[in-house]
Design a protein around this ligand. Structure first.
Ligand SMILES: [Fe+2]
Ligand SMILES: [Fe+2]
Length: 351
């Protein structure tokens, strides 16, 4: 069982879907129904939510088995289908940490569980931590696969998109940046920062769900070509010299090659990966594109990418304060799309 897993034991599968969705925003959540053979299945779980009628002896017996296998001290929240004396006595006998009415909103149940399993952490912080963990697993898998096999699995990236959009939407960009900036690996930290910025930008610009996913997908994979850059350069604990910078610049074309060879990536994602270092005045790389040849999703990602690089924590320099980084973007007149830079500044300052 994944560490921190919550178990939802339910006799209402329809409601269980919504509650599972809410709980899954703070921790992995497994659903067991009264039809499952539950005994012993809760070993190692962090918390239990019981949404069963405690007047049903079979449900109580199965729940007792779950509580026993979970071990002493595991929080148990009972959603009470009735508040009669027999139900409350059954909940007390099971050692319930908290009893809530059956119609309690899923996010309230989730906050109540959070107070037990991660005391002192706000819901926003928990949602961000979980989203960063899930998206982090995707980006780690992507970079490891690109480095070890030279290819990536387009389908595996999909699992990272909603956790990022949910995390910045519910937890806020500031929480996302603070959480992700604490990671040590520079490439991993950078990809998650750019993806979180792109997600927030896409939400603020009113993008459709499809377009949000597309931009976050592109942002998440934009630097996959760094998998082909020697680690001595990639993880150098200091600024790159001109020769190293030349090697590093190959990552844009490498990333494009990797994704074309892997297949399954749409033209927008391919364009972002190849062209996110192009500048409107033609001074960027690898193709020296200029003006109208650079599509909007690329322009958006470039802005997120430059901002992320400036505010990142590096071993050899302090992160640049946000306002200063925005000042750098605003100073790149002629190179960046200034209408988008101003919209991005509002996105960052509104967080
Ligand atoms: Fe890049
Ligand atoms: Fe980048």
């Amino acid at each position: 069982m994944e560490p921190g897993t919550l178990i939802l034991y339910t006799d209402r599968p329809d409601h269980g879907v919504r509650l599972r969705g809410a709980l899954d925003r703070i921790a992995p959540c497994r659903v067991l129904t009264i039809h499952d053979r539950a005994g012993g299945d809760a070993a190692g779980c962090a918390g239990l939510v019981a949404d069963v009628d405690l007047l049903r002896p079979a449900a109580v017996q199965a729940l007792r088995g779950l509580v026993a296998s979970a071990g002493p001290g595991t929080p148990l929240i009972c959603l009470m289908h009735g508040m009669g004396a027999r139900s409350t006595a059954a909940a007390r006998a099971l050692g319930a940490s908290l009893c809530l009415p059956v119609d309690t909103a899923p996010h309230v149940v989730t906050e109540a569980m959070l107070a037990h399993v991660q005391p002192g952490r706000s819901l926003a912080e928990a949602v961000v931590a979980r989203g960063a963990y899930r998206a982090g697993a995707v980006i780690t898998g992507l970079l490891d696969a690109a480095r070890s096999t030279g290819t990536v699995d387009a389908a595996a990236i999909e699992g990272g998109l909603d956790p990022i959009l949910t995390a910045v939407g519910a937890g806020g960009l500031t929480n996302w940046l603070a959480t992700v900036r604490s990671y040590d690996d520079a490439t991993y930290q950078h990809c998650l920062l750019v993806a979180g910025l792109a997600a927030t930008f896409a939400i603020d610009l009113g993008f459709s769900e499809r377009d949000r996913h597309q931009l976050v997908r592109a942002a998440l994979v934009h630097d996959v070509g760094k998998a082909r850059i020697p680690l001595a350069i990639l993880n150098k604990p200091g600024p790159l010299d001109p020769a190293e910078r030349t090697v590093m610049r190959d990552h844009a074309a490498f990333g494009h090659e990797i994704l074309v060879a892997a297949g399954g990536f749409d033209p927008t994602v391919l364009a972002v990966v190849r062209h996110h270092h192009e500048l409107l005045d033609g001074s960027g790389y690898p193709d020296g594109l200029s003006g109208g040849a650079i599509p909007d999703p690329v322009r958006l990602t470039t802005i997120c990418d430059i901002y992320a690089a400036l505010v990142e924590r590096r071993p050899y320099r302090a992160p640049m304060p946000s306002a200063e980084a925005i000042g750098v973007l605003k100073g790149m007149t002629g190179k960046l799309d200034m209408a988008l830079v101003h919209a991005f500044a509002r996105t960052v300052s509104g967080s």
